[in-house]
Write a protein of this length. Structure first.
Length: 322
């Protein structure tokens, strides 16, 4: 997938980071050669402390790690040194890279979509130096922010609905009583709004819970400054907005209001984490699977839908010859 992408040095450095740090978890041959050689000797049982090549590999490895993690030749032969070079455990924001394809057509591979998703994820220029075909006089930016947030062309609504449908299916698979788009015309004010993207019966101490899904970008000018210094600032701000706008409506209907806010780069808000953690407990029982595995599957499947819909929005704004 990456072979067809012209990767810059900065993007390649990011790709070598662990998944939870926004990378792809790709190993660098020059960086991991020493650790791989030591691990091979250690597990094969043919390594000896007087092996000159082993000594050189240990010396090289010790220049790449902190003094606290430095090792001696004897300990290299006795311990699983490969653990020191393993990439960090994947975080929820990039679980989409490990997700197993689901039953929906937008999970499947499509020409160009996954390559564009990787380009966007690594911060490569996705603009093609062109203008947005749906917004006259608006240039596309290299990070794809306009393409992701553009209200024309239907991509924002499609992305929201696909993500909503996937969340709905997860609750349905947990054998919970759920319905979509509830609340229309039931409140005195703003009768045409629907406070609940998904309504779960008896979720909060016997009360129905209205899940209100929202997708926000940390690159928006109003939150960009905070997003630079606080991870999840955009999701937190979106949660607050949803509670302010939909909280009174849900209270009038006797529902609990639970905003599910997610940033375009896959960082979910606190209330979403709490909700998915509880959902994973139900799914783990029905699937006879460890909860940690189910949690990873939830974030992986949701973020596959999110990232690929973003890639499609960017591709929809490319020039025909791009």
């Amino acid at each position: 997938m990456c072979s067809a992408i012209n990767v810059t040095n900065d993007a390649w450095s990011q790709a070598q980071l662990g998944l939870k740090f926004g990378g792809l978890g790709l190993r660098s041959l020059s960086h991991h050669a020493a650790a791989a050689f030591i691990a091979s000797l250690s597990f094969s049982g043919f390594g000896t402390a007087d092996n000159i090549h082993l000594k050189q590999a240990v010396a090289m490895l010790n220049t790449q790690v902190s003094p606290f993690n430095a090792i001696a030749v004897n300990s290299a032969l006795e311990s699983p040194i490969h653990q020191k070079s393993s990439p960090p455990v994947s975080g929820c924001s990039s679980c989409f890279l490990l997700a197993i394809s689901g039953p929906f057509p937008w999970f499947g591979l499509a020409p160009g979509v996954d390559q564009m998703a990787i380009r966007w994820w690594l911060g490569l220029d996705t603009s093609g130096r062109s203008m947005c075909p749906f917004c006259p006089d608006t240039a596309l930016d290299p990070l794809g922010h306009h393409a992701v947030t553009c209200r024309h062309g239907g991509d924002v609504v499609t992305r929201h609905n696909r993500l909503r449908d996937e969340v709905f299916d997860l609750f349905r698979r947990a054998h919970l009583s759920v319905s979509v788009e509830r609340g229309h015309g039931l409140t005195r004010d703003l009768a045409h709004t629907r406070p609940a993207d998904i309504l779960i019966a008896g979720w909060d101490r016997g009360k129905p819970a209205a899940l209100d899904l929202t997708i926000t970008s940390p690159l928006c000018s109003v939150i960009l400054g905070e997003s630079c210094y606080q991870a999840g600032a955009a999701a937190l701000a979106a949660e607050t907005r949803k509670l302010h706008s939909n909280g009174p409506k849900c209270q009038e209907l006797g529902w609990s209001c639970i905003p599910l806010a997610v940033e375009t780069y896959g960082n979910w808000g606190k209330q979403a984490h709490d909700t998915f953690s509880r959902l994973a407990s139900f799914l783990a029982i029905h699937q006879s699977s460890p909860k940690a595995v189910v949690v990873a599957e939830i974030y992986g499947q949701l973020n596959v839908v999110l990232v690929r819909s973003i890639a499609r929005a960017i591709l929809a704004r490319e020039l025909p010859h791009s």
